[in-house]
Each structure stands twice: as structure tokens, then as C-alpha cells.
Design a binder for this molecule. Sequence first.
Ligand code: NAD
Ligand code: UDP
Length: 310
Amino acid sequence: MRILVTGGAGFLGSHLCDRLLSEGHDVTCLDNFFTGRQHNVAHLVGRPGFRIVSHDVTDPYSFDVDRIYNLACPASPPHYQFDPVKTMKTSVLGALNCLDLAKQTGARVFQASTSEVYGDPDVHPQPESYKGNVNPIGIRACYDEGKRCAETLFFDYHRHHGVPIRVARIFNTYGPRMLPDDGRVVSNFIVQALRGENLTLYGDGTQTRSFCYVNDLIEGFVRLMEHPELTGPVNLGNPGEFTMLQLAELVLAKVGGPSCVTHLPLPGDDPKQRQPEITLARRELGWEPSVPLAEGLDVTIRHFRTLLGL
Ligand code: NAD
Ligand code: UDP
């Protein structure tokens, strides 16, 4: 198939391009390189069927394609808060532009939505039926509300124009090719520990997240996209739940060295808990994460050690 991956030079996008090319598809990687990097896909350049297009998804684009994976959007809080208006435009105009292309071409279109649509959840773990608790005027709203609006557009294009959609709600995912200065907790802690710096734990560290290794997630993407009819939304994530203090202790134990934990203020609207309920993905996609956090961290630590020469 001819497959377009927006945000294809980013962390998840580059792993998805790897996977799709390995299956023999033609892959167009479209990116504006805000948080994506050429070197994430440099190993694919020159491979038959692969091309990179430098483009911003807030401007319309046109390709003859069978599948569209819409991943373009900064995902780390510091990056999406850097220019919040741009983040909202990327989510909303980016969704409109890929849906218009899907409408014109008949392509099936996948949206990389997020557990952030649940906000600071008061239902735990979070099933797809939970409607969420998002602060519409807080510092995370540009991302959370942008992604919620994108989901609305996906379902309206589906209902009104018959566009075949697949919506995944992704929970915290980590692995090689996250930026070392990405700002997300896994890369921050690993890079800090490798550099012998103290780990920046925000708040008291009792807030929880559930971390999925990137390869598991990409398997879920492909299974959802190729499901004959399931539109979603479908939660994709690893139900293993950890406090941020537990994560810090795990990273410290693995990396060793002089680092310890230093407490910094908790950012506004930081969700207190997050854990995916994945019954739907298990039942409909036969999907389940297989890489435990301790194992995925080892691979990610090795990646950053090599990258940073530490
Ligand atoms: P990332 O920041 O590494 O990748 C995002 C990519 O989109 C980058 O390559 C960036 O340059 C590109 N991009 C940003 N704005 C763009 C624009 N206007 N036009 C074209 N390209 C643009 O983040 P990621 O972790 O790979 O996330 C990919 C997608 O998955 C995002 O949509 C994100 O919201 C979603 N997601 C990720 C996670 C996670 O834990 N990694 C969790 C939930 C949702
Ligand atoms: N966090 C932290 N130290 C850091 C970065 C993040 O303690 O250096 C915390 C953050 O406050 C949040 C959790 O780790 O409670 C996950 O943060 P991340 O930015 O990775 O993802 P998100 O909050 O979007 O789930």
C-alpha cells in the first residue's frame, strides 16, 4: 500500500516508518521537523519506496495514498507548551487536512490521540467510555483540547462523509529515539542519571503513569489500522502502573552513579494518576503489551548511553 505518516520523523513516527517499510509498503514521511529529526529516519533514506517530505500539516497537502497515519503534533509538555496556539492549530488543522485528503482519496485514516483526552481522571483505570476531566483553560489545554477536537472531527467526517477512521488513545510510550532534551519523564530521568545529575522529580512523586515500550505500541497501531471495521477510540498502553518516585528509583538502580532525586514544583494540571483499561484492544485486536518496564528501560538506557557517548 501507499502509506502517509505525518510526524514520521518523530519518536513514534520513525518506528512506524520502519515497521511499514519492513512490510513492503511505500511510505511517505511528512514532517516539519519541529521535534522530529532527519537522523531518526536517515537509515531509511535510499530504501525503495521511502521518501521524506518537508511540510507543515497546518497547510493542506495532497498525495495519492491508501492509508494515512496522523501523528504530527509535539507530544512532550515543554514542547507543546512552547507555542500553545501552534499546537492547537497542528491538532485541529492537521486533523482537518488529513481528513480532507482521506475524503478525496478514499484512504483509511488513523489518528494518534492520547490518554490526555481523559485529563486528570477521576475514574481509574480509564476505559474508553470515560469522558474525561480536562481543564479547558489550563496550560495543558492546547494539547488536550486540541486532541479532543481532532477526535470530534474524525467522528464527524466518519458519520457525515463516510471516511474510514481509526482512533487510538495512546498512553505514555517510551523507547529509543526520544529526544535527549525531550522533557518527558523517562528520557529526562535516564539522561540525568547517565550524566550524573540529580533526577528532577516534580511534586512528591506519588503521581502515577503507565509506560508502554514503543515496539508494543507500534504493533497496536498496525493491528488497529488493519482491523476491518473498528473505528475506536481504542486505548493503547501498558497497564503496569508506577509512581514517578518508583520510576526514579528504578532508573537510579539501573544506571548507578552519584545521582539522587531532587524535588521540583509540580506543573499545573499534572494528572495524578493514569492507567489504561485495555479490554477492548485485547478483545478486538488480540493486542497486549509484552515488554515490561524494567526490560524496556534497559534498551532505552543503552540507546542513550550510545547516543550521548556516556
Ligand atoms: P514527537 O514529538 O517525537 O513526534 C511528533 C512529530 O510531529 C515530530 O516529528 C514533529 O516534528 C512533527 N510535527 C509537529 N508539528 C508538526 C506540524 N505542524 N507539521 C508537521 N509535522 C509536525 O512525539 P511522539 O511521541 O512521536 O508522538 C507522536 C504522536 O503520538 C503525537 O501526535 C502525540 O500526540 C501522540 N502521542 C504520543 C504519546 C507518547 O507517549 N509518545 C502519547 C500519546 C499520544
Ligand atoms: N515528571 C517528573 N520529572 C521530569 C519530567 C516529568 O517528575 O523531569 C513527571 C510529570 O510531572 C508527570 C510525569 O512525570 O507527573 C509524566 O510526565 P511526562 O511529561 O513524561 O508525561 P505526561 O505528564 O504528559 O503524562
